[in-house]
Every structure is written in structure tokens, then in C-alpha cells.
Design a protein around this ligand. Structure first.
Ligand code: CO
Length: 138
């Protein structure tokens, strides 16, 4: 809520083995590991790596038939999405929709950390899946 300019909140990386991925970032790269949680709605278990700003979000599918599960099947491990923090996610979705930007989510839903999130379709964003996030203060 501090700025009107979207800033990168995190980079989401799809992984097959979350324990192994966390161990790599923590033990090999020496980065602190933050919270870990299952986001049932999106069919993923995520772990945040504190990389300063932005953070890194590791995502492991909890079921094959989920967006991240299908991504891994098709593309393998790697960069999955870029998350932009916005001040008012509903206003931003309405603004983008009016511009004709294809949206995956027309309404925000509750994502990791209890924050409101929504995805824009990669076909309208130069091939990159973009997640919008409005932080909810805890
Ligand atoms: Co994310």
C-alpha cells in the first residue's frame, strides 16, 4: 500500500522436489528459508527464500492436475511466474480488463501468506505468467 508503481514481490520457480530445492538454496547458495505452506486452492506447496527484495518462491505441485503440475509436465522445472505487488488488486484487474489484457483470474483469490492474488494470461504478457498480489498485513 506504500507505492502506486508495481514492484516485483517474488519470482516463482516450479520444482519437482521441494525439499531438494530448499536444500539447494539454503545449503548451496546460503540463502535463508522462510515460511512454507500448502496452498490447496492452487494445488501447490510453496517455500519462500529470502533473497532481499524480491523474494524467491519455490512451488511444488501437490497434485499432477494443477497449473504447476501441468507446467512441470510440459516445460520441466524453471521460472514459472513473476509476481508484481500492487496497491489495489481489484482496481488493477478492472483497469487491465478494460485495456483488453487477458486475465486468468477476473477476481482475486487468497494465495500464499493470505495475500490476495490474481494471474494475467501469458498470451497477453509477452509469454510471461504474471501474478498480481495485494499484501494483506498480518
Ligand atoms: Co507467486
Amino acid at each position: 500500500m506504500t507505492t502506486k508503481t508495481p514492484r516485483i514481490a517474488h519470482l516463482g520457480i516450479a520444482v519437482r522436489d521441494l525439499d531438494a530445492a530448499v536444500a539447494f538454496y539454503r545449503d548451496v547458495l546460503g540463502m535463508p528459508v522462510g515460511t512454507r505452506e500448502v496452498v490447496g486452492d492452487q494445488g501447490v506447496e510453496v517455500a519462500f527464500i529470502h533473497a532481499g527484495e524480491p523474494e524467491i518462491e519455490l512451488l511444488r505441485p501437490t497434485k499432477a492436475d494443477s497449473p504447476v503440475g501441468r507446467f512441470l509436465e510440459k516445460r520441466g522445472e524453471g521460472l514459472h511466474h513473476v509476481c508484481l505487488q500492487v496497491a489495489d488488486i481489484r482496481a488493477e484487474l478492472r483497469r487491465l480488463e478494460a485495456l483488453g489484457v487477458p486475465l486468468v483470474d477476473r477476481e482475486p483469490r487468497v494465495g500464499a501468506g493470505g495475500h490476495l492474488v490474481a494471474f494475467l494470461h501469458p498470451k497477453g504478457a509477452r509469454g510471461v505468467l504474471i501474478e498480481l498480489e495485494e499484501k494483506r498485513s498480518s
